[in-house]
Design a protein around this ligand. Structure first.
Ligand SMILES: Cc1cc2nc3c(=O)[nH]c(=O)nc-3n(C[C@H](O)[C@H](O)[C@H](O)COP(=O)(O)OP(=O)(O)OC[C@H]3O[C@@H](n4cnc5c(N)ncnc54)[C@H](O)[C@@H]3O)c2cc1C
Length: 378
C-alpha cells in the first residue's frame, strides 16, 4: 500500500488526505491546530462556489467537478442559492465567463437589470450594464466542509496527528519525531512560503469581512451570492442569521496570521458601507453586526501552486489559494492523485518558479492598499 504524509488540514490538505485515503493509501494528516481553526484560510462560515473564471476553462471545469464532489460528500454543505455577477460593462470578465460556461455546458443566464432587481429586496443598478446569473452556483459552509473532509478521511483510515511539522529532506519532522512516507504533501496555506522560502513566493494579505444586520427578506437562500469583479467586492445574503456579508476585495496590508490582531481596517469598513449603500440601498443605515479577518495567500498570477519539489520528487507543494481556492479543494485533490501517480503530467500553470502578474481569478482586486511582495507570513 502506498503511503503519504499530508501536512496541513485546511481545505487543500484535507481534500488530498480524503481522496488518497479513499484510493486505499496509508494516510497521515498533520496539523498544528484542530481542523477548521480560526487562523486557517479555510476557517469561517462561508465561501462562494462559482464556476465563472473569465477565459480560463480549466478552473470552470474544476469548480463544476468540485460541486459534484461536495454534494457527494454532504449536500448540507452546499447552499444552492446561485451567484450573480454585477457587470459594469459589456466585453469584460463576465462576457468571457459566459462564453466559457456555455462552451462547458455549465448553467448560466444573462439577466437584464429588471430581472436582476427581483433577486434582492433592494438593488441599485444604475452603474451596471447587465447581470450574469449562475443558478447552480452557491455557498459552501466552509468550516463545516473542511471538518467533513477530515472526518471522512479518518473514516477511510487516515490518522490525524496534531503537531508542528518541519521539512527534513524528503521526510517530515513532527514535534521532533521523523516521519517518512512514499509521498509528502505540504499544504500549509499562508505558512507555505516560510517553510520553503527558496521555492514559494506568496504575498499574505489581511482581508476583512463585514456582516450587516438586515431585516427578514435578506436571507440566503433565496438571496444569491454576488461578485462585482471590476468593483473588487463580493458577498451574500444573511446565511444562518449571520447578517448580509460584504467583503471589499482589494488586496489588504501584509499579514502575519500568527501574530497580527484580527481587527478590520477602518478603510475597509468605509468601503463596505459605501458598497452596501450603492448596491443594496435599503440597507444604507444597517448596523454592522459582526466582522471577521482572514488572510489570502496570493501568487503573482492568482493560479494555484501544485508541484513536486525539485530536489525531492516524492515531495509535493500545494497552496497559493489566492482568495479563490476553497471551492476547488476536492476536484484539485483528484488531479493531484493523478499527477502523483503519473496517470497525468502535472499542470504547468501550477509549477514553481517565477510567475508573471496576470488578471486576477478572484476579482480585479489589486486597486487598494497593496501589499509588499515577500512580506507578511509569506
Ligand atoms: C476572506 C476570505 C474569503 C475567501 N472567499 C473565497 C470564496 O468565496 N470562494 C473560494 O473558493 N475561496 C475563497 N477563499 C480562498 C480559500 O478560503 C483558500 O484558498 C483556501 O481556504 C486555502 O486553503 P489551504 O488549505 O491552502 O490553507 P489553510 O486553510 O490555511 O490550511 C493550511 C493549514 O496548514 C496548517 N499548517 C501550516 N503550517 C504548518 C506546520 N508547519 N505544521 C503543521 N500544520 C501547519 C495550518 O494550521 C492550517 O490548518 C477566501 C479566503 C479568504 C481568506
Amino acid at each position: 500500500m502506498a503511503s503519504v504524509i499530508v501536512v496541513g488540514a485546511g481545505v487543500f490538505g484535507a481534500s488530498v488526505a480524503d481522496r488518497l485515503a479513499g484510493a486505499g493509501w496509508d494516510v497521515t494528516l498533520v496539523d498544528r491546530d484542530e481542523p477548521g481553526h480560526a487562523r486557517a484560510e479555510s476557517g469561517g462560515e462561508s465561501r462562494l462556489m462559482r464556476f465563472s473564471h473569465g477565459p480560463k476553462h480549466w478552473y470552470a471545469r474544476s469548480a463544476w467537478r468540485a460541486r459534484e464532489l461536495w454534494l457527494e460528500l454532504d449536500p448540507r454543505l452546499v447552499v444552492e442559492a446561485g451567484v450573480v455577477w454585477f457587470a459594469r460593462r459589456e466585453g469584460g470578465w463576465e462576457d468571457e465567463s459566459e462564453r466559457v460556461l456555455r462552451e462547458e455546458g455549465i448553467p448560466v443566464e444573462r439577466l437584464d437589470l429588471d430581472q436582476a432587481a427581483r433577486l434582492y429586496p433592494s438593488l441599485g443598478t444604475s452603474d451596471l450594464a447587465f447581470v450574469l446569473h449562475e443558478p447552480a452556483a452557491g455557498i459552501l459552509r466552509a468550516r463545516d466542509a473542511t471538518r467533513a473532509l477530515v472526518q471522512r478521511a479518518r473514516e477511510r483510515g487516515a490518522r490525524l496527528e496534531l503537531g508542528e511539522a518541519k521539512p527534513d529532506g524528503s521526510a517530515v519532522s513532527v514535534n521532533g519525531r521523523r516521519l517518512e512516507a512514499d509521498r509528502v504533501v505540504w499544504a500549509c496555506g499562508a505558512w507555505l512560503g516560510r517553510l520553503f522560502p527558496e521555492l514559494v513566493r506568496l504575498r499574505v494579505t489581511q482581508q476583512d469581512l463585514f456582516f450587516f444586520g438586515a431585516p427578514s427578506g435578506w436571507a440566503t437562500p433565496p438571496v444569491p451570492g454576488f461578485v462585482d469583479y471590476d468593483g473588487a467586492a463580493y458577498g451574500l445574503g444573511a446565511l444562518d442569521g449571520h447578517g448580509v456579508k460584504v467583503a471589499p476585495d482589494v488586496e489588504g496590508r501584509p499579514f502575519d496570521p500568527d501574530t497580527r490582531e484580527r481587527a478590520p481596517a477602518a478603510e475597509n469598513e468605509r468601503l463596505a458601507r459605501e458598497l452596501v449603500a450603492r448596491r443594496f440601498p435599503a440597507l444604507k443605515h444597517a448596523p454592522i453586526s459582526s466582522t471577521a479577518v482572514c488572510q489570502y495567500s496570493l501568487t503573482a498570477d492568482t493560479e494555484f501552486i501544485a508541484a513536486p519539489h525539485p530536489q525531492h520528487p516524492g515531495v509535493w507543494l500545494l497552496g497559493g489559494g489566492s482568495g479563490h481556492g476553497f471551492k476547488h479543494g476536492p476536484a484539485l485533490a483528484e488531479r493531484i492523485l493523478a499527477w502523483m501517480t503519473e496517470d497525468e503530467g502535472p499542470e504547468p500553470r501550477f509549477g514553481l518558479g517565477p510567475r508573471e502578474p496576470d488578471r486576477s481569478l478572484r476579482t480585479a482586486g489589486a486597486g487598494g492598499v497593496t501589499a509588499t511582495p515577500g512580506a507578511g507570513a509569506g
